[in-house]
Design a binder for this molecule. Structure first.
Ligand code: NIG
Ligand code: FE
Length: 388
């Protein structure tokens, strides 16, 4: 069954071969032909091929579905009091993670599954058609593997983050925890994960520990992603590039040398505007990274501590306002950039053969995502060719 979506005033394809020839490949008065789960054709509406059925988008803007390459959705409880204390002046530190670990270990699996389901629904309503989710609030063999089994019900982009922090019971024996993460925990978790991640930062894991954990993960068949440079410069960003990680995330305290390394390597810098917003951290400068030649993604970092948002439009607006993205760069970062951070070439671009994942906006242009902050502009979400 083929469906032609037309009446698209401004169609962002992320295919520079299309339309205006910019990175966004913007086609005016465009149309998309969908066959099953994939795109069969995109172009000007006047050139559209015949289709079995037609959907008139009503003269709005259409963009690729957002790709959220960084989220922590499997957890129990919430930390609003910690947020309020921070807004009253307390600094953010990795220590708050322990609160969520305690709640997550106590929760039954149905509660964890319902929590992920609720957040996955919020992401979809916000236009996110692909998302990643990490473990990292179990921090023992049973609860880390259980977290990944739960995440797997909702996404194939699952990430083992046993190295989120050292849990309290190993505080005086860090080496034993690293042995657990690289041994029995990895063995139990690898079957349910595509990725391994490590929080390489002050109060979490140092560069040597992180390297050992990533090396073990790779040997177990997982691909690499890294949290680094959130709380201070740690050496984690350059370590991630050296290890060939797909993405290094946060980069709040990226140095010139870090940016140079990212530009020379093929590790994406994933910026997380919700985290700087919710922890009152300094803003990383996306402009500096993009101009240096770094591939930059935007993700929500949805988690109960540092960034409890599922709204990619909010992250885009903050990215534009405070991280010096242009609206075009921010949209690219939240779609094609996220796809690059997940090393996916089937999503993030609207072109023949790609997955039919796109969003009809309640606005004539994608610029409104930043221009009208906080306004719900996601009208219709099409995922795998299905309106959801
Ligand atoms: O990405 N940085 C480490 N992990 C999360 C925060 C987790 C938490 O505070 O619960 C992050 O910001
Ligand atoms: Fe994170």
């Amino acid at each position: 069954m083929s469906t032609l979506y037309d009446g698209i005033a401004e169609l962002v394809t992320n295919d520079p071969a299309q339309g205006d020839g910019t990175a966004l490949g913007v086609i005016s008065d465009g149309a998309i032909l969908v066959e099953g789960e994939v795109i069969a054709w995109v172009g000007r509406q006047v050139d559209a091929p015949a289709a079995a059925q037609r959907v008139d988008c009503g003269g709005v803007g259409v963009i690729p579905g957002f790709v959220d390459s960084h989220a922590h959705l499997v957890f129990a409880g919430e930390r609003s009091a910690e947020f309020a204390a921070r807004m009253a002046g307390l600094p953010y530190a990795a220590g708050g993670i322990a609160t969520t670990v305690a709640a997550t270990r106590q929760a039954d699996t149905a509660t964890l599954t319902a929590g992920v389901g609720r957040l996955a629904g919020e992401l979809l309503a916000a236009g996110v058609t692909t998302f990643e989710s990490k473990s990292g609030y179990g921090l023992n063999v049973a609860d880390e593997s259980r977290s990944l089994v739960v995440a797997r019900e909702f996404t194939s982009e699952t990430t083992f983050l046993g190295a989120h922090v050292v849990p309290a019971e190993y505080r005086d024996n860090r080496d034993a925890y690293v042995e657990l993460v690289t041994g029995p925990m990895l063995e139990a978790c690898a079957p349910y994960a595509r990725w391994i991640d490590v929080f390489c930062d002050r109060g979490a894991f140092d560069v040597d520990e992180s390297r050992a954990i990533l090396t073990a993960g790779r040997a177990a068949g997982l691909q690499l992603r890294v949290h680094a440079g959130q709380l201070g410069p740690s050496g984690g960003i350059q370590m991630a590039v050296q290890m060939g990680a797909a993405s290094v995330d946060h980069c709040t305290f990226a140095t010139d040398a870090d940016i140079e390394a990212m530009a020379a390597g093929d590790t994406v810098a994933t910026l997380l505007p919700g985290a700087e917003f919710s922890t009152r951290a300094p803003w990383p400068d996306a402009r500096r990274m993009i101009e240096a030649g770094v591939t930059v993604a935007i993700a929500t970092d949805c988690n109960p501590g540092s960034s409890f948002t599922t709204s990619m439009p909010f992250c885009i607006a903050v990215g534009v306002r405070d991280m010096n993205f242009t609206p075009a760069e921010a949209l690219w970062a939240a779609t094609a950039g996220g796809a690059a951070a997940l090393r996916r070439d089937d999503i993030g671009v609207l072109a023949p053969g790609k997955r039919a994942d796109f969003v009809c906006l309640d606005a004539p242009s994608y610029i409104h995502l930043a221009y009208r902050p906080g306004v719900p502009l996601i009208r219709t979400v099409v995922r795998g060719g299905q309106r959801v």
